[in-house]
Design a protein around this ligand. Structure first.
Ligand SMILES: *Cc1c(COP(=O)(O)O)cnc(C)c1O
Length: 224
């Protein structure tokens, strides 16, 4: 079941990319395993997916005990400052940096782990009050502040769009994030190398690809 679902999603990613003139190799599938156990996550890896995303630190740690460094781990959900220490030596990308305080702690823990931590800035482009992420207009200020942190590399931007009723509905948010991304890319902040746009989930990843996503985070569509 998982295997078939993965094939289907990968085919859709491929077709969508080709149809909008993009190289399918430029789009990474991050399989979001938050609703399944480690054995299902192992099945995902066996199907050839290499990146697993978890939104909670505790769940990531539990699966890490079983799968260790086999996958490339991405922390995609809200991250509390006091939990950075548990994952700093385990994750390759943190999608959800949204404050100076969090960035500061990531920098500190990355130094201790002797690594440069790749991160994305989470931007709340839809403006929904329930969403984490900084306001688009505050993004550059945070980048200027992070530019002083030598153990962080900002690789791009991430957003979580509202749950769409129908296809096409979220394109405006993805397009807004891409515009912000392109604008920031041209400014070349220190300790940043902007090449990742993380946007799109089960219900809207095709729209996200059409707007330039380089990572799509898909859970439900793989495990139902
Ligand atoms: C759960 C989650 C996803 C995956 O959502 P689906 O709709 O199940 O594909 C993607 N990103 C984040 C941050 C999540 O928490």
């Amino acid at each position: 079941m998982i295997r078939e679902n993965i094939k289907k999603v990968r085919d859709e990613i491929y077709d969508t990319a080709i149809n909008c003139g993009r190289n399918p190799d430029d789009i990474t599938l991050c399989a979001v395993t938050k609703t399944v156990d480690a054995s299902a996550a192992q099945e995902v890896l066996d199907s050839g997916v290499t990146v697993l995303g978890e939104n909670r630190v505790q769940a990531l740690l539990e699966k890490y005990e079983v799968l260790a460094d086999k996958p490339e781990w991405h922390l995609i959900g809200h991250l509390q400052t006091n939990k950075v220490k548990y994952i700093a030596d385990k994750v390759s990308l943190i999608h959800s940096v949204e404050s100076l305080r969090l960035a500061e702690e990531i920098d500190r823990r990355a130094k201790l782990a002797n690594k440069i931590q790749d991160v994305l800035i989470e931007v709340n482009v839809s403006g929904e009050a329930s969403k984490f992420g900084i306001r688009p207009e505050d993004t550059e200020k945070l980048l200027e502040q992070i530019a002083g942190f030598s153990n962080i590399c900002v690789r791009g931007l991430m957003t979580i769009a509202p749950l769409p009723e129908k296809e096409g509905e979220n394109r405006k948010y993805f397009s807004k994030l891409r515009e912000l991304f392109v604008d920031i890319q041209s400014k070349k902040y220190d300790n940043s190398n902007m090449d990742i746009l993380s946007m799109g989930m089960s219900r809207d990843y095709k729209d996200a690809i059409k707007e330039g996503a380089t990572i799509v985070r898909v859970g439900t569509a793989l495990f139902n």
